[in-house]
Ligand binder design. Structure first.
Ligand SMILES: Cc1cc2nc3c(=O)[nH]c(=O)nc-3n(C[C@H](O)[C@H](O)[C@H](O)COP(=O)(O)OP(=O)(O)OC[C@H]3O[C@@H](n4cnc5c(N)ncnc54)[C@H](O)[C@@H]3O)c2cc1C
Ligand SMILES: NC(=O)c1ccc[n+]([C@@H]2O[C@H](COP(=O)([O-])OP(=O)(O)OC[C@H]3O[C@@H](n4cnc5c(N)ncnc54)[C@H](OP(=O)(O)O)[C@@H]3O)[C@@H](O)[C@H]2O)c1
Length: 382
């Protein structure tokens, strides 16, 4: 029986944690920055299980807050009533309580009313949803304000057009059995350039650029719907597919398996861009292989050779063994990128069922559906 987790901490009553330590997992890599965070849960007693996520409240980038204030013509001292009904200077409200990156529908409607000839206005038509989504991709509130200096808002009116600032979820990368009173995360900085501006993901860069050991980090646990290990005393094998930050919950799984001396076999598929700079937690996997909490690790470093090699390519290379594990009742866990990786992994499993199981297209589809129904194919993708 799985233990039901109860915690007093929630979205309305988060625990104010502190960062204990932090290290870059991609040292020497110039194309991405992924970090390992160790967060101190103090005496909160906040319980979690491997497979859960941590919901983190962040603050907006102060430089962007200043740019938005300047572009909207505010000094920053104007008093507004924020989302918690507190009266605060607009600078504070924009820092803590509102989404000042992706524009809300209400913000676009208000801009359209004040600048009716703006180029995006025809895209607000209900029939133009796709065109609007394309237009908005890579555009933020600041772009609209800078493009329309003629538009004026009252301070309260402005904040009321913005969406609420929301938490971000991170798969927990640790087990309380291994690190009591701590929670670990594996987080990739979201940074990109669009329409001539460098952009930063709100929470990922808040963590990497502005959180110190004195910063309060409000957070709470969100349970990992069914993303759970089988009981340690069972022989059920597990197959974990987690490229990039998708490996986070599997670090928690392996720590838990070490602590509970789990009986079943465990196979990890990990992928990143370069082995030399991005093989996250390599020494930990070696130790886990040595103590048996991990049976096998298969890696795919996508940019270490001219052609791309991804985790699903490796799955196909190991198809006979994977099929054997599946026949032995293995549970397949997939974590990480939803748009591309999870889709390709799904196709690879389908192909393995067809080729190794001698199934028709239809039978393989039924087989995959049955795996899901039996809770032997579990995804935590984003
Ligand atoms: C259950 C769950 C678990 C997760 N676990 C992890 C984890 O372990 N590690 C991890 O790193 N993340 C994880 N995530 C993702 C995480 O929650 C955040 O979404 C991520 O960190 C980005 O948040 P942010 O605030 O930094 O970026 P945001 O400010 O939310 O910015 C992201 C947005 O920027 C825009 N954008 C991004 N790239 C581009 C581009 N190239 N061009 C134009 N626009 C772009 C898109 O609108 C995108 O939605 C998880 C998500 C879920 C739901
Ligand atoms: N929408 C986007 O364009 C985009 C791009 C990057 C990341 N992201 C998001 O950013 C977050 C963090 O990403 P991350 O750093 O964890 O890792 P990631 O960007 O998902 O990359 C991890 C590894 O997966 C590879 N990969 C790319 N496509 C794949 C596929 N179809 N199947 C299997 N592997 C594939 C990557 O290779 P290559 O990079 O060499 O192709 C890389 O080696 C995730 O939320 C992810 O969804 C989105």
């Amino acid at each position: 029986m799985l233990k039901k987790i109860m915690s007093d901490y929630s979205r309305k009553n988060p625990y104010h944690a502190r960062l204990k330590s932090h290290r870059l997992l991609t040292e020497g890599c110039d194309t991405k920055a992924t970090h390992h965070y160790e967060i101190d849960l103090g005496d909160s007693g906040m319980p979690y299980e491997p497979g859960d996520s941590l919901a983190v409240f962040s603050k907006n980038d102060p430089d962007l807050v200043e740019e938005v204030l300047a572009a909207a013509g505010f000094s920053g001292e104007e008093i507004v009533t924020d989302t918690a009904k507190a009266e605060v200077p607009i600078r504070q409200a924009l820092t803590d309580s509102y989404t000042i990156t992706q524009p809300s529908k209400k913000f676009l409607a208000a801009m359209a009313e004040k600048a009716p000839s703006a180029e995006f206005v025809p895209l607000l038509d209900k029939e133009k949803k796709t065109e609007l989504a394309d237009y908005l991709w890579g555009r933020e509130v600041i772009d609209f304000l800078l493009a329309h200096p003629e538009v004026n808002f009252e301070a309260q009116e402005f904040v009321s057009t913005l969406g609420r600032h929301n938490v971000r979820l991170y798969s927990i990368a640790s087990s309380l059995s291994a690190v009591p009173g701590e929670v670990h995360l594996t987080v990739a900085d979201v940074t990109y350039e669009s329409h001539g501006r460098a952009r930063k993901g709100v929470c990922s860069t808040f963590l990497s650029e502005r959180v110190t050991d004195t910063t309060e980090l409000p957070c709470f646990i969100t349970p990992g719907k069914g993303f759970r290990l089988p009981p340690a005393e069972e022989e059920t094998p597990i197959i974990m597919i987690g490229p990039g930050t998708g490996v986070a919950p599997f670090r928690a799984f392996v720590q838990e398996r070490q602590a509970t001396h789990a009986k079943g076999k465990a196979w990890l598929f990990f992928g990143e861009i370069h082995e030399e700079t991005c093989y996250f937690y390599e020494e930990e996997w070696s130790a886990a292989l040595a103590d048996g909490s991990l049976t096998q690790i298969t890696t795919a470093f996508s940019r270490d050779q001219p052609e791309k090699i991804y985790v699903h390519h490796r799955m196909l290379e190991h198809a006979p063994a994977l099929w054997e594990w599946l026949q032995a009742g293995a549970i397949v866990y997939v974590c990480g990128d939803a748009k591309r990786m999870a889709v390709d992994v799904d196709s690879a499993l389908h192909q393995i069922a067809r080729e190794q199981g001698g199934m028709s297209e239809e039978d393989a589809t039924d087989y995959m559906a049955q795996l899901k129904k039996d809770k032997r194919y579990r995804k935590d993708v984003y």
